[in-house]
Ligand binder design. Structure first.
Ligand SMILES: *Cc1c(COP(=O)(O)O)cnc(C)c1O
Length: 433
């Protein structure tokens, strides 16, 4: 069966981008732990360097193990090609730096991961790349904040802590009307959301979370949707449409033509990855491939368990509010249903009646849940943002970020639901004492 006949995520996660190794028959993807690759002859070497043929040169730029991961995640997202990177942070930085130079700007949702916020507000700004933040609940805000130096819009599918699904289809359509691509961080919603289907142009993931799924490696990936006409808006995208002095004057929208609609990711690999070097190691790519094989199955359980926890906590006397799309109403619920398939995600937040002190007692009392600054592990995880991830913010900033004093964030794992509820119940009892 040809690989591109598969369309279901369960099958793609196991088969896309790889069939047994032609030289050894190895079924599992080999870990190509090598820095460099022997050229067949001088002509082959010259063609690789001239991009007349795509192939392995040096593991900073590409590697066969990493390549399978890139193909597999690109297939899962329905995109044209992927680029794996050393972390989710590197992936989000690259998505923006691939389009922007000093004097340019992007418009971002305010509801983004803390690391993304810092990158945008504090690290890109002194480099001359301005990030304008707007309310994700108001699609028109993106258009109002844009001008002719706006290179992209950026948002997260299912952002912490409010967990209100981003209006991908509405914002992507507005952006396409103005010739502006939407970049989606889909870390919290792999399999259950495919942002490219809703009009996004680029998708990124921190593979550290659900894709890896076992809390063992840091990684990131960018997927080029292959669905945005960068050449039709040549003035807006000079990095892709003007001769690149670092690659003998290549114009990336032209250079990509024989290879497919991959100008964006081709430039990211040949320039940003070459120069900044945030490559994913072959070993980590192997671990992410391993995680990916069971991702669709795990997502089902993460989602089902989280929904049960949301229903359970909604009736609990010590809890004043539960945050999970399954218990939302109105526009937030409509957006969740329009964009998610097969579940509402594994993240869940709730507010303790007893405030910060109850939050601290609750965390201390957990026996099975791990107390960590991570999400997306097969194990259940918990954190109290007011005393950890958001503790450097002022009380006002904490409130604006949705990290109220009694707020607890859970990343629901794939354990048996009875054991999850039992641990939560005993910790809630301890928090109320
Ligand atoms: C963790 C995370 C990142 C950053 O990823 P790292 O792999 O930790 O660098 C980016 N976005 C979201 C939504 C995340 O959860």
């Amino acid at each position: 069966m040809a690989q591109d006949q598969h369309t279901h995520p369960e099958t793609l996660a196991l088969h896309a981008g790889w069939r047994a190794d032609p030289s050894t028959g190895s079924v599992a993807v080999p870990i190509h732990q090598t820095t460099s690759f022997q050229f067949q002859d001088t002509g082959h070497a010259a063609r690789l360097f001239a991009l007349e043929e795509l192939g392995n040169i040096y593991t900073r730029i590409m590697n066969p193990t990493v390549d399978v991961l890139e193909k597999r995640i690109a297939a899962l997202e329905g995109g044209a090609a992927g680029l794996a990177l050393a972390s989710g942070q590197a992936a989000s930085a690259f998505t923006v730096m691939n389009l922007c130079a000093a004097g340019d700007n992007i418009v971002s949702s305010t509801a983004v991961y803390g690391g993304t916020w810092n990158l945008f507000a504090n690290t890109l700004r002194p480099l001359g790349i301005e990030v304008r933040f707007v309310d994700p609940a108001d699609p028109e805000g993106f258009a109002r904040a844009s001008d002719d130096r706006t290179r992209a819009w950026y948002a997260e599918t299912l952002p912490n802590p409010k967990l209100e699904v981003f209006p991908i289809a509405e914002v992507a359509a507005l952006g396409r009307g103005m010739g502006i691509p939407l970049i989606m961080d889909n870390t919290a919603a792999p399999v259950i959301c495919r942002p490219l289907e809703h009009g996004a142009a680029v998708v990124m993931h921190s593979t550290t979370k659900w894709i890896g799924g076992h809390g063992s490696s840091i990684g990131g990936i960018v997927v080029d949707g292959g669905n945005f006409d960068w050449a039709a808006h040549a003035d807006r995208f000079p990095t892709l449409n003007t001769p690149d002095p670092s690659y003998h004057g290549a114009v990336w929208t032209e250079a990509a033509k024989p290879l497919g609609p991959i100008a964006y990711i081709l430039r990211m690999r040949t320039c940003l990855l070459r120069d900044l070097g945030a490559a994913m190691s072959p070993m980590n790519a192997f671990l992410f491939l391993q995680g990916l094989e069971t991702l669709p199955l795990r997502m089902e359980r993460h989602c089902a368990n989280a929904e049960r926890v949301a229903a359970h906590l909604s009736g609990h006397a010590a809890v004043t509010q539960v945050i999970h799309p399954s218990v939302m109403r109105g526009e937030a619920r409509r957006r969740a249903e329009a964009h998610l398939r097969g579940g509402f995600g594994g993240l869940l937040g709730f507010e303790l009646k007893g405030g910060a002190e109850a939050g601290r007692r609750f965390i201390e009392a957990l026996r099975m849940f791990y107390h960590v600054a991570n999400i997306g592990d097969a194990r259940s995880l918990a954190i109290h943002p007011a005393t950890t991830t958001h503790s450097q913010l002022s009380p006002d900033q904490q409130l604006a970020a949705g990290a109220t004093p009694g707020y607890v964030r859970l990343s629901i794992g794939i354990e048996h639901i009875d054991d999850i509820l039992a641990d939560l119940d005993q910790a809630l009892a301890a928090a109320g004492e």
